[in-house]
Design a protein around this ligand. Structure first.
Ligand code: 4AD
Ligand code: MG
Length: 481
């Protein structure tokens, strides 16, 4: 007979059947009842051990964290909260776990503590739920684009270009800088390096994605991206996953529609396919909120929040309109947040973004037409100016509790405008000749965006720290395993 999964056993009614299950011990009560978890679901299977028939040698090794192979009979359970259990005829210890040393006790641990034992936190229900939802969201992303005929384009992880022009790249090198011959001016000579030039980890697959879109029509990337920026926040990682669609013959309007459709599609998919996990996380959050004063508790629970997002159109307005709202806003005295922003042209801080979504509109917001000065070189320049200053056809999507979840734009397809802007911003044109070739040979309007995958997982799971929604978080001073 082959191994059965706990998830399947818990819904069967074929009592009397002989089964094999394998899993890890959550608890062992009264020398008799094992709560066994095999990762297939958050629920445990109750295994009843006959302690008179089982050698003491075995009994004392049934400890929290130990891995077991159980052979036994599936029977109806009389216990509360479960319908089936397994009456064990044999218990085999696959892997012992010293109860004194195993850091996970059968009690609720704080997320901070679990972050310190990130290699073991997968064994908890919270992280079981989070990473299952993460999987389903990734699957739904691929399904969404596949259904619409987009091609999944694998853009490089090692690249020479800085797609965002922000200089936040990690260098990739095989050189030993101490031993490398220097140029006359004392600089490292990257001609000696593996690629014969300097190379970096990608900050975005967009520029290569545009090459694909300008031939295949509609592409998307979904891969890891890297930023050596200050990622010591609850919203930033040094290594994060990004979904970047790019569509030929599309404008900013099409881009906004695609992003809103994508977000709603994947959230709906999670609601339909991760019911147990979302229910568990909803209740976990409700428990946590009990410790907060009434005024700070959220009006909607996790599931209501997700449904609300599906049922409402995202609010669309321009950056300039948002600044007007922020100018009129009253600062929140109690929390000493200064919502007021009196300068057109300034980049929005996360407190401004959160004011717009959480306090003013109370729903997701799409902001468009940002000042050119605070946005990347590739964004399409608008004809009309505001306050005598240039704007670009950018769009950012802001989500409650998250802030910016999507950043994108219509692209500058006019060669002369693009090269002028690159010159103004000091972006090297010779290095990006391949990018400019799309504008030289059959240029066409096109648009795309980047969705930060971890920020999406944060929103859907209701978790509050981005380090808790990626299995192996990378941030300053932390790159274990
Ligand atoms: O706004 P960003 O920097 O845009 C781009 O990279 C464009 N090239 C995308 C495109 O148009 N194809 O990043 C896009 C999104 C952000 O909105 C945010 O959700 C996420 O990526 N993001 C991060 N997520 C986690 N940690 C970080 N350090 C992030 N930086 C950006
Ligand atoms: Mg951005």
């Amino acid at each position: 007979i082959k191994r059965e999964k706990v998830k399947d056993l818990l819904v069967t009614t074929t009592f009397g059947k002989e089964v094999i299950v394998m899993g890890w011990v959550k608890t062992f009560r009264n020398n008799q009842f094992i709560a066994l978890n095999d990762g297939s679901c958050m629920a445990n299977l109750q295994v009843v051990v006959d302690f008179e028939q089982t050698p003491d040698e075995i009994l004392k090794k049934i400890t929290t964290g130990a891995a077991l192979k159980i052979t036994g009979k599936l029977v109806e359970s009389l216990g509360k909260g479960q319908t089936v259990e397994v009456k064990a005829s044999s218990v085999e210890i696959l892997g012992e776990s010293d109860a004194e040393k195993f850091p996970l006790q059968p009690k609720k641990h704080s997320l901070e503590f679990l972050r310190e034992i990130a290699h073991l936190r997968f064994r908890t229900n919270t992280f079981n739920a989070v990473f299952k939802i993460r999987h389903h969201l990734a699957f739904a992303v691929h399904q969404f684009f596949h259904e619409r005929g987009f091609v999944y384009l694998h853009t490089p992880i090692i690249t020479a270009s800085d797609a965002e022009g922000a200089g936040e790249m990690f260098r990739v090198t095989t050189l030993d800088f101490d031993k490398t011959p220097r140029t006359e001016t004392g600089e490292v000579n990257f001609k000696e390096d593996f690629f014969g030039r300097s190379a970096n980890l990608t900050v975005s697959g967009q520029l290569e994605g545009e090459l694909g879109a300008m031939a295949l029509g509609e592409i998307y990337t979904f891969g890891p991206t890297f930023r050596a920026e200050n990622s010591n926040t609850t919203r930033h990682l040094a290594e994060f996953w990004m979904i970047e669609p790019e569509v030929a013959f599309a404008d900013i309007e099409d881009n906004m529609n695609l992003a809103e459709d994508l977000l709603k599609y994947v959230i709906k998919h999670a609601l339909e396919n991760c019911k147990d996990e979302l229910e568990f996380l909803k209740n976990r959050l409700l428990e946590e909120e009990k410790n907060k004063p009434q005024a700070e508790r959220s009006e909607l629970n996790l599931l209501e929040k997700l449904h609300f997002c599906l049922d409402n159109n995202f609010e669309r307005l321009t950056y300039t309109e948002a600044i007007e709202i922020l100018k009129r806003s009253k600062p929140n005295q109690k929390k000493q947040f200064n919502y007021i922003i009196d300068e057109w042209g300034a980049d929005l801080q996360s407190e401004h973004e959160r004011y717009l979504v959480e306090k003013h509109f109370k729903k997701p917001v799409i902001l468009t037409n940002y000042p050119a000065d605070i946005k990347s070189f590739y964004m399409r320049q608008n004809d009309e100016e505001v306050n005598g200053q240039k704007t670009v056809a950018a769009m950012d999507i802001l989500f409650p509790g998250i802030g910016e979840i999507v950043g994108g734009s219509q692209r500058e397809e006019r060669l002369d405008k693009l090269t002028q802007r690159m010159q103004d911003m000091g972006i090297p044109q010779d290095e990006l000749y391949w990018y400019l070739d799309t504008r030289r040979f059959g240029s066409a309007p096109h648009a795309g965006f980047g969705l930060g995958f971890e920020r999406l997982v944060l929103f859907v799971t209701g978790m509050t720290n981005i380090r808790d929604v990626i299995p192996f978080p990378r941030f300053p001073k932390n790159a274990e395993f």
